[in-house]
Design a protein around this ligand. Structure first.
Ligand code: V3L
Length: 85
């Protein structure tokens, strides 16, 4: 985003950047002061919880990952499962 920040979700030993569309949805919801945001990610519904800073799968809330808004320049594994080589 304009301020140099991006949205990330946690993988095994590292962070993945969200895909562009989902990032924009997260940013809009966050800036609007929403506490949660519903996300459709490869056919699955997830909830982003901005209080807990977690992503939870709607049909199985035990599937949870930490999320963060951080500088776009931090070390990352890739974008939405596509590895940076
Ligand atoms: N964007 C894209 N794919 C996602 C996302 C998301 N926000 N959330 C979950 N998935 P779960 P390592 C991740 C995928 O949480 O080796 C990464 O993108 C998720 O993909 O249990 O552990 C990698 O592709 C997983 O395949 O609902 O760092 C992959 O894990 C699947 O949905 C391996 O990453 C189930 O996740």
């Amino acid at each position: 985003f304009e301020d140099g920040y991006q949205w990330f979700y946690e993988g095994r030993s590292g962070w993945w950047q969200y895909d562009e569309r989902t990032s924009r949805e997260l940013e809009l919801a966050f800036k609007n002061g929403q506490r949660t945001c519903e996300l459709l990610i490869v056919g699955q519904l997830y909830i982003a919880d901005f209080d807990a800073m977690l992503q939870l799968r709607r049909n199985d809330m035990s599937r949870r990952r930490r999320i963060k808004r951080d500088l776009a320049s931090i070390p990352k594994k890739g974008i939405a499962g596509l590895r940076l080589e």
